[in-house]
Design a protein around this ligand. Structure first.
Ligand code: SF4
Length: 104
């Protein structure tokens, strides 16, 4: 598990122009496309949610989408823990499904 913001060095946007990610309005949907293949998307999104970062695209979500998510789930104490747990469980299910398909 990475700590702090170590994940930032592995982000796909590391070499991108910040002006491409911190854009207003509908232009953010284009910026989100960059996040689709990013290996640290979970870390990035949970950081933005836990820190209540209000501007820019983080982890494939616009500021507006993050605000809506925070309003829908006001009791979440740690987005990092929640999203990492969800990712782990998803990977476990995929691994189990792959093992089952090999045996059938
Ligand atoms: S998820 Fe998107 S904003 Fe976050 S590090 Fe990756 S490319 Fe950058």
């Amino acid at each position: 598990m990475m700590t702090g913001t170590d994940w930032g060095r592995r982000g796909l946007c590391r070499t991108a122009d910040p002006d491409d990610l911190f854009v207003p309005g509908a232009t953010q949907n284009r910026a989100k496309a960059l996040c689709n293949g990013c290996v640290v998307r979970t870390e990035c999104l949970s950081y933005a949610l836990d820190q209540h970062i209000e501007y820019g695209v983080w982890g494939g979500m616009t500021e507006r989408e993050r605000r809506a998510l925070l309003r829908r789930r006001p009791t979440v104490v740690s987005w990092r823990r929640l999203l990492e747990t969800a990712r782990f469980e998803h990977e476990q299910r995929q691994s189990t499904a792959a093992a089952l398909s090999r045996t059938s």
